[in-house]
Write a protein that binds this ligand. Structure first.
Ligand SMILES: Nc1ncnc2c1ncn2[C@@H]1O[C@H](COP(=O)(O)OP(=O)(O)OP(=O)(O)O)[C@@H](O)[C@H]1O
Ligand SMILES: [Mg+2]
Length: 351
């Protein structure tokens, strides 16, 4: 791990859903804090108990310091997508009036929850913000539990595409709103809606697009820089995977995309490996077990052995497909990793 992180200021833990990205990210941050660095880990939807044990009880979009016997400092934050998106608007708005107009706009509130809900963009945006502030030696980014880890790589481009896209331009054309939406029929519909709901949707729409219009270039540029951060030589991607077929295939695919996008791949973390139980040489099972229980113990041992063999084959496939990358193996631990002790155990294997 230390070799993989040498000279990096950002490490991104990516991989398919449920493989251990969040716990790996937190354990890496802990390990580096122990080695004297000031580290911040940006977590996304951590399991509640893990969040509790890191002191991430309240939603706060700024890192909070985690107490512990660290030579350096460990800071952790739980990503708040909506707040990150709002902060971006605040930064890009040309003046306070525009800022308030956008933030209080109902269309914006709907749109921002939708965009923020996807988490992919806001995670990188937050990372960019922390990197710019330059308060930390190392930033560790956990990534969202997307069905497809690639959504994450595409996010900045997709958002930039949205702002450059035709839909939004149509609204922004001077005659756009008046001409198209205020066609007679539509005007009647909006008027009726306003009377029924008390919401002046048309007014909201026009205010929103007018205010946002001035920010499009800023947004596009920001999305571009946020995307560029992922290609930065100071960044490295660790692909986290489980030694099973589906996550491994996704890891292979993700690795290909990383290379195609010229993003820096550091290595592979294979999490939750089963170890072949030592059956030979263990001697016969104690007779107190009785025939029935002893039989079941033996069956289970054989099943685990078969599982472990299959997993080892998966790791070999990964090794071949990814071009013999650095691989760190973390075994299946006896219990969930939900507290600082659990993280410490995981950290032992990672480092
Ligand atoms: N090596 C391990 N041994 C045992 N349990 C583990 C191990 N690694 C992770 N876990 C457990 O597996 C669960 C999933 O881990 P984690 O939340 O880190 O995955 P994730 O990839 O972040 O998931 P998501 O995609 O939903 O965000 C957690 O309950 C965690 O405690
Ligand atoms: Mg997670």
């Amino acid at each position: 791990m230390l070799e993989l992180l040498e000279g990096r200021r950002i490490v991104v833990c990516a991989g398919s859903g449920g493989v251990g990205k969040t716990t790996t990210a937190a354990a890496i941050a802990m390990g580096m804090a122990e080695r004297g660095l000031k580290v911040a880990v940006v977590t996304i939807d951590p399991a509640k108990r893990l969040a509790d044990s890191l002191g991430l009880v309240e939603l706060g979009n700024e890192p909070r310091r985690v107490d512990g016997p660290f030579e350096g400092e460990l800071w952790a934050l739980m990503l708040d997508s909506k707040r990150t998106f709002d902060a971006l608007i605040e930064r890009l708005a040309p003046d306070e009036a525009t800022r308030d107009e956008v933030l209080s706009n109902r269309i914006y509130q709907q749109l921002s929850s939708a965009v923020a809900g996807s988490q992919e963009f806001t995670a990188i945006a937050k990372l960019y913000e922390l990197d710019q502030e330059g308060d930390y030696d190392l930033l560790v980014l956990d990534t969202p539990p997307s069905r497809n880890a690639l959504d994450f790589l595409d996010a900045p481009g997709r958002l930039a595409g949205f702002f450059q896209g035709r839909a939004i331009k149509m609204f922004l054309r001077p005659a756009g709103l008046g001409g198209r939406i205020l066609g007679r029929g539509t005007g009647v519909v909006f008027g009726l809606m306003e009377r029924l709901t008390g919401v002046d949707l048309l007014h909201d729409l026009s205010v929103f697009f007018r205010a946002l219009g001035g920010m499009i270039d800023g947004f596009t540029e920001r999305a571009r820089r946020v995307g560029a951060l992922l290609e930065d030589p100071g960044t490295t991607f660790l692909i986290v995977t489980a030694p099973r077929h589906d996550p491994a295939e996704e890891a292979i695919f993700f690795h290909r995309k990383l290379r195609a996008a010229a993003m820096p791949f550091g290595g592979l973390v294979v999490n939750r490996m089963h170890v072949v139980p030592a059956m030979d040489g263990a001697g016969p099972l104690p007779s107190e077990l009785g025939e029935d229980l002893a039989g079941r113990v033996a069956t289970t041992a054989h099943e685990i052995a078969a599982l472990a063999e299959g997993e080892a084959a998966t790791v070999e496939r990964l090794r071949a497909e990814l071009g013999d990358p650095p691989i760190i193996v973390v075994p299946e631990l006896a219990g969930d990793v939900h507290d600082v002790q659990g993280l410490a155990l995981m950290r032992e294997y990672l480092f």
